[in-house]
Design a protein around this ligand. Structure first.
Ligand SMILES: [Zn+2]
Ligand SMILES: [Zn+2]
Length: 418
């Protein structure tokens, strides 16, 4: 079969594909609450005759097509939305509904054209809940109830073994660009959250400050050290460390007995992220020790930085060039954003290309899908073309060794830093 047959199928269904995208855009639900979205996905899969498993990590869906022991491609599609800033429900202001629509488009195309029947290999679309790292009260309640282990969809799906027999991960995300068509090789920052408590002794601040132990002083020493620390990392490491004092307020006639400093630590690579965490802890410990204060540090794992697979991206890029010139593709942009696809990228060769077509700021109520043709049609063709190449040209397939060891290490990291 020629690749053009897949494009022709998408063109022949253009109206319905775009309409389906609009319907999913209008169905905006927060992470692990995507019940309607999950049911709509399953209804579409039923129509295509594609088998699936639903309710994975509460609201995730996994649909596999193809057969044999050949290359097994995973496509990860986020399905969750964000709260509207005006309080009126939710909105897909990160464009995840476009990924959901893309997952359905590629399954439909690969099945209906008969391509997947001919191919030696499999494609699994993972409709993954809760990519946005928000709404912790709800998620922590579900963790206590034993319905989830972690706060993000992909983290839970990794722990549940969903990706154990997959060779690579493909994904795509809307970008904020208005001048170009696609981006490729983007980084995503990783982050960890720190909550530090300095514990001292309260006392009358006029009559007997010397009898207290002022925790604000410890926190200030620590913040000073942290700001100097940032100087010791190269700019390309992308270290971002902006602590805030979240306690005390307190009364002005008392020596503050407890001060809390919280921060996210962000970086472009794992080495920097873990090194910065270690050094931050040292700043806290030593500041506390200088003033004989007690301290506690709680570390919470966020997402890991994304490093994409060059080999897979070479295939993606060839497929982009079928629809645009070199100048319409942004190469290797550095992004300060984070995503749980970064976690997958430490376990499996992974790509996440970007596509333009959005107007209005991301994560705002002004987010609009302006160029539906690029978001729903051309981006889907790039993905379908990439899958075609990977399944028909084995020399382009990228595989990594040692998945289970890496997964064990990864889960230990998450469990230690919950
Ligand atoms: Zn987002
Ligand atoms: Zn997003």
């Amino acid at each position: 079969m020629e690749k053009s047959r897949l494009y022709e199928y998408i063109d022949s269904r253009k109206g319905e594909i775009i309409e389906r995208g609009r319907i999913f855009f209008d169905c905006a639900e927060l992470g692990f609450k995507e019940e309607k979205t999950m049911d709509m996905i399953c209804t579409e899969l039923d129509k295509m005759g594609v088998p699936y498993e639903k309710g994975i990590a509460m609201t995730g869906v996994k649909a596999t097509i193809g057969k044999g022991n050949g290359y097994h491609i995973g496509f990860a599609a986020d399905i969750d939305a964000l709260p509207r800033k005006d309080g009126a429900g939710c909105i897909h202001s990160c464009g995840h509904s476009i990924q959901t629509a893309m997952g359905l488009t590629l399954l439909e195309t690969l099945v209906k054209t008969g391509f997947i029947e001919e191919a030696n290999g499999k494609v699994t679309v993972f409709f993954t809940p809760a990519e946005e790292f928000i709404d912790f009260a709800y998620r922590d309640e579900k963790i206590r109830e034993g319905k989830l282990e972690f706060r993000s969809g992909k983290q839970n799906m990794i722990a549940l073994g969903c990706f154990d027999d997959v060779d690579c991960i493909l994904s795509a995300h809307a970008n904020g660009d208005t001048e170009t068509k696609f981006d490729i090789g983007s980084t995503l920052a990783g982050f960890m959250a720190k909550k530090t408590v300095f514990m001292g002794k309260s006392s009358h601040s006029g009559a007997a400050p010397h009898l207290g132990k002022n925790t604000l002083h410890g926190a200030m020493l620590c913040l000073q050290a942290v700001s100097f620390l940032k100087d010791q990392f190269a700019p390309e490491a992308g270290l971002k460390l902006n602590p805030v004092i979240t306690k005390p307020g307190g009364d002005v006639n008392m020596i503050p007995a407890e001060t809390i400093v919280e921060t996210y630590i962000r970086a472009n690579d794992n080495e920097t992220l873990f090194e910065a965490c270690r050094r931050f802890d040292a700043c806290v410990e030593h500041s506390a020790r200088m003033l004989e204060l007690d301290h506690e540090i709680k570390t919470t794992a966020g997402y890991l930085p994304l490093r994409q697979s060059d080999g897979l991206n070479a295939v993606v890029k060839e497929n982009m060039l079928a629809f645009c010139g070199e100048k319409d593709i942004v190469k290797d942009p550095v992004s300060g954003a984070s995503g749980d696809v970064g976690d997958l990228g430490t376990l499996l060769p992974t790509v996440q290309f970007g596509f333009s077509g959005i107007e209005g700021r991301f994560h705002s109520d002004e987010f609009i899908i302006k160029d539906e043709e690029n978001c729903y049609i051309d981006a889907a063709k790039v993905m379908v073309g990439t899958i075609f190449d990977l399944l028909t040209q084995p020399e382009k397939q990228v595989r990594w060794e040692g998945f289970s060891g890496k997964k064990e290490q990864y889960l230990a990291h998450l469990r230690q830093n919950q």
